[in-house]
Structure formats: structure tokens, C-alpha cells
Design a protein around this ligand. Structure first.
Ligand code: GDP
Length: 194
């Protein structure tokens, strides 16, 4: 898909603030610093619309991006549960649970992981959490440019096995540096928008 228009429509904390209407929606999740903002920016051809993950203590919001007036991306605050105080973790959990269980037009969650390393404990927890809600997950294994092509399939297999992924969920190799995987991801999203 050729993205000609992308803008942040709202940073929401509660359902009353979510955009109205029934445009197809895709949420983006990933632990802090994994490359989620870079992924969003690459997908929408912008250098800097999505900003790097929020600093601790900053209000955690769901950032809704309207793309080509056709769909929403929802940038979910990065997770990294170990370092976050319990109160903040709980607030994050409540916000996520509310969003994930109430959003009818949510078509899939794109979960960003780092292709270089096996998914972390937090990644495994997140995948299990999403499957607990029966959500389709598309795993984006980013930073592929940092690994020789000859090792891609091996690393992809480690991602799939470590997350213990269900067969219907896909792993897509991606690079925000080179744009590898971008057309493939748009192809998958477009199919799910119908
Ligand atoms: P976020 O916290 O998940 O939003 O992560 P960022 O998008 O800010 O990325 C974290 C760091 O990883 C930055 O220094 C990025 O430049 C780098 N990065 C992100 N994606 C890629 C990628 O595909 N390839 C390479 N080589 N670096 C990347």
C-alpha cells in the first residue's frame, strides 16, 4: 500500500477517547527499545512521526494513527515489566485489557521482536497474554539487517519456537534500515482489512 497520509489522531487512556467509527485497526506491541517506532515510521514513510518509547514516569497512552483515512495503527506503550514499578505495570495492564477486550475493529496485534536474539521472557509473557484473549498476532522480527541472510531462517525458527506460536500466526522478517518486509507486511494487513 502506498501511504500518502498519516497523522496522530489521539493519545487515549480510556475508551471514551478512542476514535469513533469502525475503521480496521492494528495494534503494535513490543518491549521498549525493540524498534517499534522505527517500524511504524518505515511503514508510513515518515522519518519521525512515531517517537521513541516513552520514558519511565511519562503517562502511558495508546497513540492512534490514522492512515490514508482507511485504517488505524495503535501504538501501545512498550513493555519491559521487570524494571517498571508495580503501580505502573498495573495501570498498563488495565489499559491494555480494556482496549484488547473492547475493540471490535481490532484485526490483529503486530508484536515486534528483535530477530537477533531469542524472544525475552517479557516477549513470551506478552504473546501468551494476547493468545489468552484469542487475538491474531503477527510477529514482526525486526533488525534483520543486523544478521547475515544465511542465518535468517534459523533465527526465525528460534522466534517461533521460543514464543511457542500457534500455526495461524506468522513471523515476518523486517528491517527499518532497508525496508525489507514492508511490502509483505502491508500485503498481510490489506488482506485482513477486507
Ligand atoms: P522503540 O523504543 O521500540 O520505539 O525503538 P526505536 O524504534 O526507537 O529503535 C531503538 C533503536 O534501534 C534505535 O537506535 C533504532 O535506530 C534502532 N533500530 C530500530 N529498528 C532497526 C532496524 O531495523 N535495523 C537497525 N539496524 N536498527 C534499528
Amino acid at each position: 500500500m502506498k501511504v500518502t497520509q498519516a497523522e496522530i489522531v489521539i493519545s487515549a487512556v480510556k475508551p471514551e477517547q478512542y476514535p469513533s467509527g469502525l475503521l480496521p485497526e492494528f495494534a503494535l506491541a513490543g518491549r521498549s527499545n525493540v524498534g517499534k517506532s522505527s517500524f511504524i515510521n518505515k511503514m508510513i514513510n515518515r522519518k519521525n512521526l512515531a517517537r521513541t518509547s516513552s520514558k519511565p514516569g511519562k503517562t502511558q497512552t495508546l497513540n492512534f494513527y490514522l492512515i490514508n483515512e482507511m485504517l488505524h495503527f495503535v501504538d501501545v506503550p512498550g513493555y519491559g515489566f521487570a524494571k517498571v514499578p508495580k503501580s505502573e505495570r498495573d495501570a498498563w495492564g488495565r489499559m491494555m485489557q480494556t482496549y484488547l477486550t473492547s475493540r471490535e475493529q481490532l484485526r490483529a496485534v503486530l508484536m515486534i521482536v528483535d530477530l537477533r536474539h531469542p524472544p525475552s521472557k517479557d516477549d513470551v509473557t506478552m504473546y501468551d497474554y494476547l493468545k489468552h484473549y484469542d487475538l491474531p498476532v503477527i510477529v514482526i522480527a525486526t533488525k534483520a539487517d543486523k544478521i547475515p541472510k544465511g542465518k535468517w531462517q534459523k533465527h526465525k525458527k528460534v522466534v517461533r519456537e521460543t514464543l511457542d506460536m500457534v500455526q495461524e500466526d506468522e513471523v515476518i522478517l523486517f528491517s527499518s534500515e532497508t525496508g525489507h518486509g514492508k511490502d509483505e507486511v502491508w500485503g498481510i494487513l490489506q488482506k485482513r482489512m477486507k
